[in-house]
Write a protein that binds this ligand. Structure first.
Ligand SMILES: [Zn+2]
Length: 165
């Protein structure tokens, strides 16, 4: 079983390795990540959140958009972005914290799927939002890094996030 790592765990800040081998082990790993995401009631999960420093993330926004299915994004890079939107975010690694985060409204992403096929797509709406949050995770960034220092101080005082993380 994949265990969720929480804020303060150094693995959330560690540099991640690119995936180069697209074999059955990778497909099983992705399948288990989707299981873990569903078990934890998440709409996204990145490999560092379960202690693996690899550029892998999964997203499932089928709760908001009917045509969606669980999807894996391997080695994702944002190559372009536009607009701006403010959305309240939460994170499986930061329980009980929800804060508004400003991010681009839409993004263009290069990535591979679990079969190693290359994709280059533009996303907006929920997919763009969740993807940006999860791509941040594979780059060692947490959403509380993106809120104002005053709000962050308040969360520390309320012991919702540690002093150092
Ligand atoms: Zn998160």
């Amino acid at each position: 079983m994949q265990r969720i790592r929480f804020i303060g765990d150094p693995v959330l800040r560690r540099e991640t390795k690119e995936v180069t081998i697209f074999d059955d082990d990778l497909k099983l790993f992705v399948k288990n990540m989707i299981k873990t995401m569903h078990r934890e009631d998440g709409i996204g999960l990145a490999a560092p959140q379960i202690g693996h420093s690899r550029k892998i993330l999964v997203v499932d926004i089928s709760g908001m958009e009917e045509t969606e299915k669980p999807r894996a994004f391997i080695n994702p890079t944002i190559v372009d972005s536009w607009g701006e939107s403010v959305v309240e975010e939460g994170c499986l690694s930061i329980p009980d914290v929800r804060e508004e985060v400003t991010r681009p409204e839409g993004i263009e992403v290069k990535y591979q799927n679990e079969n190693g096929e290359n994709h280059h797509n533009r996303f907006d709406g929920w997919m763009a939002r969740v993807l940006q949050h999860e791509i941040d995770h594979v780059n060692g960034v947490l959403f509380v890094d993106l809120i104002s220092p005053i709000k962050r101080k308040l969360l520390t005082e309320q012991k919702l996030i540690p002093n150092k993380y």
